[in-house]
Design a protein around this ligand. Structure first.
Ligand SMILES: [Zn+2]
Length: 208
């Protein structure tokens, strides 16, 4: 008889605290839960040994947006700039990185980025915003996979779903999603530690 020992790692999310905060997304006082994501060594998919902390976020219990913990000190009256939900940041970067993969980003691609952002993040992104994002991603230098692994600790399931949807819409912008592109999307979902069944459900919702 052969025993197959399956081991790996995965992020496990635990609540640390909760209370009231000013949610920049809702622009209202809301209930939050402060959560920590810690990587665990898993055996047969069961978390066994805690490893390093990969992130912390504050989640609005009304709109489900996640923010960096600094949001708890955010004062909408005093601060000039609004705090951005983590999925907004990730959606922008992922779209730029996908577009940049084949060289330059043309005007049509910039329009696609703006359209998809408007649809998913329900916000306006100007051409200058897109240019700034392209510059920022160049300066950062990380590729798509590396970038996604770094945001796993600041996104909840809803946020990950929106990022995958954005990647899907970018891939679908030329009229069809090739097998190659579907494989890339599955890879992105994997880098975000989204379960294969969750990814399948998201894709089914998008294609039916
Ligand atoms: Zn909210």
């Amino acid at each position: 008889m052969v025993f197959l020992i399956i081991f790996g790692t995965r992020g496990v999310t635990t609540p640390l605290a909760s209370g009231q905060f000013h949610c920049p997304g809702c622009d209202k006082k809301r209930t939050y839960v402060h959560k920590r994501v810690r990587r665990f060594f898993t055996l047969y998919f069961i978390p066994i040994i805690p490893l390093d902390t990969i992130g912390e976020y504050v989640e609005c219990q009304h709109c489900t947006s996640t923010y960096r913990p600094e949001v708890l000190d955010y004062d909408p009256v005093k601060s000039e700039r609004s705090m951005e939900a983590e999925f907004h940041t990730a959606v922008k970067r992922v779209m730029v990185l996908m577009m940049v993969a084949d060289g330059k980003i043309d005007d049509e691609e910039v329009e696609t980025i703006r359209l998809v952002y408007g649809k998913l993040a329900k916000g306006d992104l100007s051409k200058d915003d897109v240019s700034r994002e392209i510059e920022a991603s160049k300066a950062d230098g990380r590729g798509l996979r590396q970038y996604l692994s770094s945001v796993v600790g600041s996104l909840n399931d809803a946020g990950k779903e929106i990022v995958v949807k954005a990647a899907y819409f970018v891939a679908a912008a030329d009229g069809n999603v090739s097998t190659e592109e579907t494989n890339l999307l599955a890879e992105l979902a994997g880098a975000l530690e989204m379960s294969p069944s969750h990814f399948k459900t998201v894709m089914e919702k998008l294609t039916t």
